[in-house]
Design a protein around this ligand. Structure first.
Ligand code: DGL
Length: 286
């Protein structure tokens, strides 16, 4: 493979050694389970000619209660798998992996990597008026302080209040999006954060947008809920365009899905999220 150029590639302005990449290659998107499909939904809407390969590590979800070392090991394994599929861009559609493994993923990847924490933090900074922002996420994401650091790097005056919500991921994977148990759990988790007078709440886990109607109801209509899917999709479009990597073939794209356990629940929840029937689901046996 011929190394062709070193150049500034995007709005982050870092040097990047780019391989000759085929613009028709897929975007690789990954998460521990179904949550990253909220990012895929946004990609399908905003970049309708892009091929997408999605990886959900359904056998090992949830990640957010596991150690940093374990999450890094899983993240490396998935990154290698997607790179073998010749993706042109990697999207870490998992806040937990973004928070604790982003640098290692980036070091391993010869293609560009985007992560949800950066995108979510930028959106929160743009959304808040009273400079009081809440962040909810998995225990690993919250303990990493990744959001706090990112938000404060953009605006040090913003006060950030965080709350880990470990039960949300299993509830979403179960499909209990509007269940009484989920509602009671959410009320319990959000009590303290409501008391902090925040005007913006970052959904710091890609599973959480699936609970958006419920969370909005509990938080009240005056609170802006930030879902990083939209922000990361805009960034992906910009990055591909700036690097002449947008798929120029204006034909129906291919979507393929890889999971690590039986795909029954992934398929039913995935179809709900994407609003279409899912075919091309493959099981990877690790
Ligand atoms: N969607 C992942 C995230 O954004 C969920 C992590 C987990 O598996 O606990 O953090």
């Amino acid at each position: 493979m011929q190394l062709i150029i070193t150049h500034f590639i995007n709005t982050y302005y870092y040097n990047y050694v780019s391989m000759q990449i085929d613009p028709n290659n897929s975007i690789g998107v990954f998460d521990s389970g179904v949550g990253g499909l909220t990012v895929v939904r946004s990609l399908i809407e905003q970049l309708p000619f892009e091929n997408i390969i999605y990886f959900g590590d359904t056998a090992r979800v949830p990640y957010g209660v596991k150690s940093v070392e374990t999450i890094n090991r899983y993240a490396m394994q998935i990154t290698e798998f997607l790179l073998d599929q010749k993706v042109k861009l990697l999207i870490v559609a998992c806040n937990t992996m973004s928070a604790v493994a982003y640098q290692n993923i980036k070091n391993l990847s010869p293609v560009m990597v985007l992560d949800v924490v950066d995108a979510g933090a930028r959106s929160a900074v743009a959304a808040t008026h009273n400079k009081c922002v809440g962040v909810i996420g998995t225990p690993t994401t919250i303990n990493s302080n990744a959001y706090q650091k990112a938000i404060k790097s953009f605006d040090p005056d913003i006060r950030v209040f965080s709350q880990a919500c470990p039960l949300f991921v299993p509830l979403v994977e179960e499909g209990w999006l509007d269940h009484q148990v989920t509602r009671l759990t959410a009320q319990e988790y959000l009590n303290d954060i409501i008391a902090q007078n925040i005007d913006t709440l970052v959904l710091g886990c890609t599973h959480y947008p699936l609970l958006k109607p419920l969370l909005q109801e509990i938080m009240g209509n005056k609170i802006t809920l930030v879902d990083s899917a939209q922000a990361i999709t805009e960034k992906a479009g910009e990055l591909l365009k700036n690097n002449n990597l947008l798929n120029g073939q204006q034909k129906s794209p291919e979507y393929s899905f890889y999971v690590t356990d039986l795909p029954i629940r992934f398929t039913s929840i995935g179809e709900r999220i994407l609003g279409r029937s899912l075919s091309n689901i493959n099981v990877v046996k690790w």
